[in-house]
Design a protein around this ligand. Sequence first.
Ligand SMILES: [Zn+2]
Length: 63
Amino acid sequence: MMFIFWKYLGMLVVNKKEKTFGKGAVKCRKCGRHGGVIRKYNLNYCRQCWREIAKKLGFKKYS
Ligand SMILES: [Zn+2]
């Protein structure tokens, strides 16, 4: 059982590595765009999506 668990964890790590290759490989987690993705605070949203979310959250600075 434990062996299967660790194997599964290993697969997760490999998947993560594939997603985060290179410096500019961060995609917006809402629309999947590469350009202008805000990586601050691990947001990983592009500017447009962040604007929408920021509005909902009440950050008027970014609107
Ligand atoms: Zn987006």
